[in-house]
Ligand binder design. Sequence first.
Ligand code: FEO
Length: 168
Amino acid sequence: MQLSKDLIQNLNEQLNRELYAQYFYLVIASYFFEKDLDGFGEFFLKQSQEEGEHAMRLFHYLMEKGAPFHPLPLEIPPKNYESPLSCFQTAREYEEKISLSYYNLLKKARDLGEFDVEEFLWWYIREQREEEALMETWIARLSHAGNDPAALLLLDKEARKLAKASDS
Ligand code: FEO
């Protein structure tokens, strides 16, 4: 069954949001590398790579459905952050925004009786839940660490371990 024009547009917009997330996390990774907090840098590089994979999943779905890919402009992500904590807070805010856009799209697909699209979107709903929880965990850890440099370095080490573990 062919997708409606409206849903094709929405799926292309989701793809653009995922590409933005990829770009955004690359900027955050650079913030950490520039501060010699390479563990967090690796963590955000890994997140960036995953966001690219999320975009590709949407791309392949459009192709599978014989629907066109519409290139859309990418916004420039913010570059200046006050602290490691604010990086994670900004990331969490963006993840919440993406989650909301998936909820809205899933509701629309369901209302239109587009069950194939609905089924496709559930993967993203679960993925968003995991990503929001992950950001939340790091926000809590960094809040506990406060302004203690030793605690920050310890967390940086943990972040590197996590990035490496999800590579294997
Ligand atoms: Fe793929 Fe974190 O949105």
